[in-house]
Design a protein around this ligand. Sequence first.
Ligand SMILES: Cc1cn([C@H]2C[C@H](O)[C@@H](COP(=O)(O)OP(=O)(O)OP(=O)(O)O)O2)c(=O)[nH]c1=O
Length: 199
Amino acid sequence: MKKVILASSSPRRIELLKQFGIKFEIIPSNVDEVISHDLTPEENVKNLAKKKGEEVLKRLGETAKDSLIISADTVVFIEGTILGKPSDEKQAFYMLKKISGKRHTVYTGVCVIDASKNHILADFEKSYVYIKQMSDEEILRYIQTGEPFDKAGAYAIQGFGSLIVEKIEGCFYNVVGLPLYKLNTMLQKLGYDLMKGEL
Ligand SMILES: Cc1cn([C@H]2C[C@H](O)[C@@H](COP(=O)(O)OP(=O)(O)OP(=O)(O)O)O2)c(=O)[nH]c1=O
């Protein structure tokens, strides 16, 4: 059995991976998440997911030499603009106003590093999300739930945000922050399978 490391501080990613009964350590990365507006959203999330995994691998050194490191990064993309996590109420309001009444795309980059074999895979998933038309008052009420602050695009589809999401096309788990089907196809390429309950 492999030593599995989830290089993430995201409670959602942790919960999603827990469902498969595998043992894993949680070691969040220290990467500064800077979005590059010169790159596509796909490139951004793949690069950032890879950077997170590589930073943890480097930091752990010898102790990680046999491990499997999983990392991810999520952004929202609308009308040519990449939205990360809002840093304050003003930014949350701007983001929610921007996605109100429209369809946007959620991209999650996933990286799997099989340290013992020196294999590294980085890929991404995308889903479309339709947000209802919201009044300024509704946006402010949603911000007051406190939910927008650590979420890309300032909403959480799995929380109060479910009340503003009309529908989605694509992988739901991708929107939450860890596209499980995509992750497993990547693991399968490296000879592992979450279906087995161990890696
Ligand atoms: C769009 C959306 C995002 N999110 C979350 C998933 C991610 O945790 C977060 C995007 O930020 P990320 O930078 O991808 O991740 P993070 O900083 O939370 O965690 P780490 O880098 O340590 O792995 O937004 C939701 O929970 N629900 C949603 O509907």
